[in-house]
Every structure is written in C-alpha cells, then in structure tokens.
Design a binder for this molecule. Structure first.
Ligand SMILES: *Cc1c(COP(=O)(O)O)cnc(C)c1O
Length: 383
C-alpha cells in the first residue's frame, strides 16, 4: 500500500454527536441528574424493542448480571455455568456472589458455549447458566434449554443489542438478560447496562436491589404524597443506578439502533464476500435463523496454512494503520482464575484456541466504504 493512502482505522468507535449533545441539555438544565424520567423512558423503549415486559437500567452489564444473580439467591456453595471464552466479567459476577463459576468449553465456529458439553457440568449445586451471545451472535438457547430444562438461563447479551434468534429478541430468550452500553458495543451511554425479563417478581426485586434496597424509587418518593418520609429498606441493596444524563443519551442511541444494525449487516456481508475465499481465514458464522447484531466481526486464523502467525498478522496490519484485536480472552487462562482454580490451558482447548487464533477486524458505524476496501486489500495482500 502506498504510504499516501495510509489510513488509521480503529477496531471500534462509538457513533455519537450533536443529537446526544443536545439530549443531555435537559437533565442538566432541570437538575434531575440521576435516575429519573429519562431512564424510565429509555427502559420502556428498550423493553418494547426487545419484546420483554421489563427493562431495568444499571451502571453496566457487569452490575446487571450481578443483580440478576443476587435476585436469584445465588450465594456461597452454589455453582453457575459460564463459557470459558468470554469477557472476564461473565465469570467475575459469579465470584462476587461467593459462588463458583463452572467453565464449559466453546464451539470454535460460533465462539459460543458448546451445548453438548453442558450436561456433564450440571450438578445439584447448579443455580444458573449464563450463555453469552458473543459478538452479537445468540447462543443456541433452545438446545441449551433442552439439556438443562430446570435451570434458569441468564443471557449475557452485552454484545447483542438488537440481535435475534429465530425471530425472537436477545434478552427475551432466558429468565433474564443483561446488555452493555460500553462504547465498544453497538449503542452506548458511556458506561451503562440494562436487565431484561418477563418475570414480574424478579423485576421488582432487581429494581429495589439496584437502588440500595429501597422499597420505592427516588422518583416515586419525590413525586408522591409524602416525599419527606424515607422508604423502607428490606433488602441488602447496591447503588447500580444509571444517571438521567445517560438515559437521555441512550434514548437517542436507541432511536439510531436499526440504522446502525442495517449498516453493520451490510458491511459484514461485504467482508464475507471479500474475505470468504482466503483459505487460512475463517470468516464468522452467520447461521440461518439467527439475526446477529455484528457488535464485532471476528475471524479465526488457521495458522497451519496462514502466511504468518496471528500475532505477526496483527502487527503487520497495525503498521498499515488497521487496528485488530483477539476476539476476547479465555477466562481460564487469566491469572485470577488460572491460579485460584489450578486451571491449565488444555482444560478448555477450544477456548484456548479462540484466545490464540481469533482476529477481530474493524467494523463500526464510523467507517467509510474506502476504509472497508482498505482493510480487505491489506488482509488479502498478507498472503
Ligand atoms: C463488554 C462485555 C461485558 C461487560 O460489559 P460492561 O458494560 O463493560 O460491564 C460482559 N460480557 C461480555 C460478553 C462483554 O462483551
């Protein structure tokens, strides 16, 4: 590539601008800064968009998952099944409860939990399973429900805003789901998360838990007949409230979601067609009946055929101004887990390989057609 054509393409960039800037004006001017009317409106619209009765905003996907586990009563002595290849917080939330994460290996083509290996991991201590919809591709929930019919399924839908499975929305597939609005995800509120569920009682418990365990919200109290009386606190709660500044940004971002998703789908298709023939690179699976949100476009490098190891490839692309990353990490290889539980790399061979050979290439809503062409040309010319 000609140096004059050199570009600088980020792995991911948030798409925010004038409308989000304008949206934060109202909470700043009215002074209602923390969880209030903007968060309530964001929750309502998020619930409708994801086909669920309840949406409960939190400070992150991590705290959303934590609240769900606490509301289910997960505690010391309990086990929760999680995939070995995921962002570390899927396992961390189990540890926060004093429970034990039980890792299951993943499928190398979908990067999601290998349903066939789940049954052997179920014990009488299993309190929940957290399937992850990694990179926006839903886990095979029906197959999972068939092998674990009586165990609550908690969707880690951090990457799956707007994703679907057989026409059903991510977040509506299990007992509860947790989404992320970190800037690396498809829509953002800076930091932020959302719980979804159709279970009325669980929803009420989680609403209280997120607000210090208060029996009614601040907004209800301030607008109610006796704002001077403090509510009852019957649960040991947390402060996991989203601010109204974030709620206002979230409303704008949600209104752009379908446009973002359509664009991501279009460029994912372009990558499939442009890179699909490279024999050492496997482009990501998009099985029929799944509607992935393409939060990330993650390939798999076959080093037995590739011109160079994955890490050398990442370095070569970085020199061309193209950012790449491993898809995510194998949690059993991280110090906090490997050392504590005495785990070895080979315990979860597919997760180990995905950690070593997965390759996320840039895909986000700030890229131009010329950027996508540039990425493709540079990957093709590695051979
Ligand atoms: C990003 C991510 C999380 C964490 O989300 P936060 O909102 O940053 O807490 C959890 N799980 C997966 C699979 C993720 O990709």
């Amino acid at each position: 590539m000609d140096q004059l054509n050199r570009r600088n393409i980020a792995i991911s960039l948030p798409s925010t601008g004038e409308e989000e800037w304008q949206a934060v004006r109202e909470p700043i001017m009215t002074g209602w800064l923390t969880q209030g009317p903007k968060v309530a409106a964001f929750e309502q619209r998020f619930a409708t968009r994801h086909q669920v009765k309840h949406a409960i905003a939190t400070t992150s996907c991590t705290t959303a998952l934590h609240l769900i586990l606490i509301a289910l009563g997960v505690g010391p002595g309990d086990e929760v099944i999680v995939p070995a290849f995921t962002w570390v917080s899927t396992a961390n939330v189990v540890m926060y409860c004093g429970a034990t994460p039980i890792f299951v290996d993943v499928d190398r083509t979908t990067f999601n939990l290998d349903v066939h290996q789940v049954k052997a991991k179920i014990s009488d201590r299993t309190k929940a399973i957290i399937p992850v919809h990694l990179f926006g591709l839903c886990a095979d929930i029906d197959a999972l429900a068939a092998v674990a019919p009586n165990i609550p399924l908690i969707e880690d839908a951090a990457c799956a805003v707007g994703s679907t499975y057989q026409g059903r929305s991510a977040g509506s597939l299990g007992l509860a789901g947790a989404f992320s609005f970190h800037p690396r995800k498809s829509i953002t509120t800076g930091e932020g998360g959302m719980i979804t569920t159709n279970d009325d009682r669980l929803a009420e418990t989680m609403r209280q838990l997120r607000n210090h365990g208060a029996s009614i919200s601040e907004e209800q109290r301030h607008l109610g007949p006796k704002p001077y009386l403090l509510p009852d606190f019957n649960l040991l709660g947390f402060n996991y409230r989203m601010t109204d500044l974030q709620g206002a940004v979230g409303l704008v971002q949600l209104s752009k979601l379908d446009g973002f998703l359509a664009e991501r789908r279009q460029w994912a298709e372009f990558y499939h067609q442009s890179l699909g023939a490279i024999e050492w690179l496997r482009t990501p699976a998009a099985p029929a009946d799944y509607g992935p949100g393409w939060q990330a476009y993650v390939c798999y490098v076959d080093e037995s055929k590739s011109p160079m190891p994955r890490n050398t490839m990442m370095e070569a692309l970085q020199e061309k101004g193209i950012s790449t990353r491993p898809g995510t990490h194998a949690v059993h290889l991280l110090g906090a887990y490997k050392d504590r539980f005495g785990l070895r790399a080979d315990d979860f061979p597919a997760a180990r390989d995905c950690d070593r050979y997965s390759l996320a290439i840039p895909l986000h809503n700030q890229m131009t057609a010329a950027d996508y062409d540039y990425v493709v040309k540079n990957i093709v010319s590695l051979a």
